[in-house]
Ligand binder design. Structure first.
Ligand code: ZN
Length: 146
């Protein structure tokens, strides 16, 4: 109304909105992972846990998984993916750190739906570059190395 009546310059009106939106974006320190790319300030506060195997950008932990910084890349590891929930093994930052650094990680106490027992195995990252993250199991005789 003020702009219409000539009491307020159009540019002042727009810069007011811009400042308001900027303040909201900066104050949001925990955006949803799918929107994290829109909140660069919030992202910087979360330490990177490794480098993306596809593009080399930083990978950071979100609420539901681990995500590559690059929006174009799209690399992500979901915490609630079937691979991990079936084994009753939470996908932690420690596991992802090893996967990103070495490409594999030795794990204990993986649950088997078939036998109802737990076992040890080496899980390696088998990224197909597609939509889903893929893991491969390697069974080593004896106990898994830590
Ligand atoms: Zn990436």
């Amino acid at each position: 109304m003020q702009v219409q009546r000539g009491e307020l310059a159009e540019t002042d009106f727009m810069s007011g909105i811009e400042a308001y939106v900027k303040a909201i974006v900066l104050s949001n320190t925990a955006p949803k992972p799918e929107y994290s790319a829109l909140f660069p300030e919030a992202k910087k506060k979360i330490a990177a846990i490794g480098k993306c195997p596809r593009c080399g950008c930083a990978v950071r932990e979100g609420v539901k998984g681990f995500f590559c910084d690059s929006r174009d890349c799209g690399f992500k590891l979901w915490k609630d993916s079937k691979f991990w929930t079936a084994k009753k093994k939470p996908l932690t930052a420690a596991i992802v750190t090893r996967l990103l650094a070495d490409g594999k990680v030795a794990l204990k106490d993986l649950y088997s739906e078939k036998t109802g027992k737990t076992y040890s195995a080496v899980v390696s990252l088998d990224d197909d570059g597609g939509k889903y993250d893929n893991f491969k199991m390697e069974f080593t005789p004896g106990k898994a190395k830590r």
